[in-house]
Structure formats: C-alpha cells, structure tokens
Design a protein around this ligand. Structure first.
Ligand code: GLV
Length: 307
C-alpha cells in the first residue's frame, strides 16, 4: 500500500497532493525514507515521477505500475521495467494549457515586435516596427498538446498549419504529413512551435534544410531538445533565422559552456514550458491508479512502440 515518489521538483507539493488523494497509502521519496517509515520493498505498488531510478524497480516484487509525471517517454529504460508492470505517461490538461500559453507568449513577442521595442527602449527610440500581418504559426507535432496550441493561436486569428508523421483531419490550415512534406511545412511557417516527442524517427528531424526553409522565422522548441540538430541551429542563428526560443536541450541541464546561453538571438528557459501542477497531475494519475486497482487498463498507457 505504498507509493514511491521520485520527483526532484516541487517535491513537497507533490507529497501534499498525493497524501490528500491517497490518505490511506504511505508515500515515500527516497531509500532513507523507506527505512525511516519501516516500509518493506514488497509494500511498494506504485512508482510515480520523473527521475525514476530504473535499476531499483526489480527490487519491488509487488510493483504494479510506473506512472510518469511527464508526457515524454524518451527517458524510460524499457529493459528495466519488470514483466507485467504497466507504464503510463501524463497528459494533464493544465500542463497542455501551460505549454500553449508559453507558445502564444513567444509568438506574440516576435509577431508584435516586442523584442525590438525592448531594444529600442535602451536608446529612448520611439519608432514603429514594420507590421507583419497574417504570419503563419506551424505546429510541429499535432498531438494532444499541439492541438491546444493550435486552438489558442487560432483564437488570436493567426493562420495555423501543422505537421505530423501520420495524416490527421484538422480544423486549421493545411496539415502536412511525413518526411516528404516536412520542408514544405517549414517554408509555409513563420513560427514553428516544436512539440515533437523524441524517438528514433524524430531525432534531429529539424536540421539544416528545415531551418533554411524557415528562413527568417522563429523556432520555438517546447518538445524535446534531441529533435533539433543544435549545430545546425547555431549556424542558422548566425544566418537568417530571426530567433530561437528553447525550453528543452539535447543535454539537460544545459552545460554552462553551451554557446546557446549567450547567443543574442536565443531566449532560453530551463524546461519549464509545461510545468506540471501537482494537484491536477495527481488527479490524472490517481484515476489511473483507481483503474488499475479495479483491474481495468489505465488511460495513457505507453509501450516501447508508442512513438
Ligand atoms: C515534459 O517535458 C514532459 O514530457 O511532460
């Protein structure tokens, strides 16, 4: 009847949310905590979190599920998941909204030239920037989160196009499909909001040719760092690309010597675009635990072949 929480961020809030949702369960967060609370390895039924210690999972003979606190599953060590243990990811509407707000904020920053006005302020310069009507926002990866970003951009009347690996019907502008239409998608976009998960087919999907096709546009990456070829991005930034907004990186934390930190065309944030709200996340995770307890399949089940 124990839940092991492996969560580096906002751990106290997560514990509070879990204790409220599961008053009858013991919540532990570390090896020391397990000893202190007298928990036996056989008591641990659920592991929740982000920085899961994959090697320890096999020590819990009654483990039923690993419930990730992320939408992304690229960090899962599938070989370490014991036979019969279920893995779920987190699709939390509040997290999707946060990512949409992040994307809208940055698109508006550039589309409305707020970046230029901030620079002009330093010189007490009162000058209107050229207007850019009808700039197109391209959503790279039209899943649960991409759809919300597309809706929000549509609310502000921005033309929206999208790309994904499989065909989709959308109420927005053209949906581009698969590798053959990727360059066309980049050409059609002034802003690309990258929400792609990382998997073999998406690794470095955004490379030199795609960035050239984006021209003087803006790349916003709130998906996974590994989907963008960083070397190619740095070259594009030294060329025509107007800016890059980066929340995710090939290596996290971003090493202090990365040239991205100081690049004048880069705005970067430490993987916070979709900061999870533990209370809403625990509702979603709790529903999955209830389902598993009733012998049903959880929602958002993932397997090595999900992407
Ligand atoms: C965050 O990056 C997530 O995958 O949820």
């Amino acid at each position: 009847m124990t839940i092991l929480l492996r969560m580096p961020r906002r751990r106290e809030v997560w514990i509070d949310a879990l204790e409220k949702r599961f008053p009858e369960r013991t919540i532990v967060v570390s090896a020391n905590d397990i000893v202190r609370k007298g928990v036996d390895a056989s008591d641990i039924e659920y592991v929740i979190g982000w920085n899961i210690k994959w090697a320890e999972l096999s020590q819990y003979p009654n483990l039923k599920a690993v419930l990730l606190s992320s939408a992304g599953i690229d960090h899962v060590d599938w070989d370490a998941i014991p036979e019969g243990v279920t893995v779920t990811r987190l699709i939390d509407p509040s997290m999707s909204n946060e990512i949409a707000a992040y994307a809208v904020y940055w698109v508006l920053n550039y589309a409305r030239s707020f970046d230029l006005y901030r620079a002009q302020q330093d010189q007490a310069l009162w000058e209107l920037a050229p207007s850019h009507p009808n700039q197109t926002v391209g959503i790279l990866g039209l899943g649960a989160i991409g759809t919300i970003v597309a809706d929000r951009m549509g609310d502000f009347d921005y033309p929206v196009v999208s790309w994904s690996r499989s065909a989709k019907t959308t109420p927005y502008g053209r949906h581009y499909v698969g590798p053959d239409e990727l360059l066309e998608f980049f050409e059609a976009s002034d802003y690309v909001v990258n929400l792609l998960p990382l998997s073999e087919p998406t690794r470095h999907l955004v490379g030199a040719s795609e960035l050239t096709a984006l021209g003087s546009g803006v790349l916003i990456n709130a998906g996974r760092g590994g989907t963008v070829d960083t070397e190619a991005l740095l070259k594009a930034l030294d060329g025509d690309l107007r800016a890059a907004v980066l929340d995710v990186f090939e290596t996290e934390p971003l090493p202090a010597d990365s040239p991205l930190w100081k690049h004048s065309k880069v705005n970067l944030t430490p993987h916070v675009a979709g900061e999870t709200n533990p209370y809403t996340a625990v509702e979603v995770i709790g529903d999955n635990i209830d389902r598993i307890e009733r012998g049903e399949d959880p929602l958002t089940l993932v397997t090595p072949s999900t992407y």
